[in-house]
Design a protein around this ligand. Structure first.
Ligand code: AMP
Ligand code: ZN
Ligand code: FE
Ligand code: FE
Length: 299
């Protein structure tokens, strides 16, 4: 097996220190509890890991404690979706203070919008003749952020979809009959909120932005840098080698820090993006870069 493939062995460090700055837990739509995820990361030889759940900081205390116990350096994080004409604009935040009042207010409003959107999806499904119980979905999802993957789970349990992929392909995916948009904050608002919470902001998986030219990407980047963007996610499993190279050169041109990670959600053929997590490898030095971009915490 080539060295860059995940063969399930522990500790693939090659004597170097590696990190992962993009991980999801059960606090959003990942399969592993925050503590378990940190233990996995440590077992696989990582030196530092960030928990970056969608729209929630609920998993951070548990992850921080578990990381400390197993000797893993922990970075508190979050991943937030911003309004964007097409494609996906996600912003990763690192070193945020989870108690920040501004961040809490923004997350409350995101949760309200999610709740409205989720209930409308369930109504749509009802119109399509599929009954799922939203209260049960909410209960099963635990304390954090409830999203389409949780509704997909209910569709699978109801026998209306074979698996996650099928649920998105037939009902929940963008442009499918039960897809309902939710109102999202602007990238500018998200970046300002991250900075006020003492964090640093990185533009996640730029390959998913839907930019049709390098000029379009650069124009968007300039807009976000004006708003205070600190970094670009250079390494991500969706990026081709060419994209990775071109994103890295953009960080030099625009004086941005580099971040990277596996975007790990779960083990399995589609969602397994490898711990340490696989073919995306991020050197420890990148953590120093992003740490140096933290802002003053304004509470
Ligand atoms: P939400 O934030 O509730 O709109 O749900 C978005 C999440 O659904 C993403 O973060 C992915 O984890 C998951 N997702 C989106 N599209 C698909 C897909 N086609 N197949 C499986 N999961 C998906
Ligand atoms: Zn996700
Ligand atoms: Fe994302
Ligand atoms: Fe993610």
């Amino acid at each position: 097996m080539p060295p860059n493939q995940d063969d399930g062995r522990e500790d693939r460090t090659d004597g170097r220190r590696w990190i992962d700055l993009h991980l999801h837990s059960t606090a959003s739509d990942g399969a592993f509890a925050p503590a378990k995820l940190m233990q996995l990361a440590r077992q696989r030889g990582l030196s530092a890991a960030a928990l970056t759940d969608h729209d929630t900081v609920a998993g951070l205390p548990e992850a921080a404690e578990a990381a400390e116990q197993c000797g893993l350096e922990f970075v508190p994080g979050i991943e937030l979706a911003a309004e964007h004409a097409r494609g996906t604009l996600h912003i990763l935040a690192y070193f945020i203070d989870p108690q920040s009042a501004g961040l809490s207010r923004m997350l409350e409003s995101i949760v309200r919008e999610r709740e409205l959107r989720n209930r409308r999806i369930v109504e749509r499904l009802g119109e399509l003749g599929i009954t799922v119980d939203y209260n049960e979905i909410a209960e099963r999802s635990g304390s954090g952020s409830i999203g389409r993957p949780h509704i997909a789970g209910a569709l699978i349990r109801a026998g209306a979809a074979r698996d996650m992929h099928d649920a998105f392909a037939r009902y929940l995916g963008d442009d499918q009959p039960a897809c309902v948009e939710r109102a999202l904050p602007s990238a500018e608002t998200i970046i300002a909120t991250i900075r006020d919470a003492g964090g640093a902001a990185s533009l996640a998986h730029p390959s998913q932005l839907g930019c049709e030219s390098s000029l379009e990407l650069e124009t968007l980047l300039r807009r976000l840098i004006d708003a205070g963007l600190d970094a670009l996610e250079v390494r991500h499993p969706d990026h081709t080698a060419r994209q990775t190279e071109s994103f890295e050169s953009l960080t030099r041109r625009f004086d941005l820090a580099k971040t990277g990670g596996s975007d790990f959600h779960a083990l399995g053929p589609r969602h397994f993006r490898g711990v340490g997590f696989g073919r995306v490898r991020v050197p420890y030095d990148w953590l120093k870069e992003i740490r140096a971009r933290r802002h003053e915490n304004r509470g």
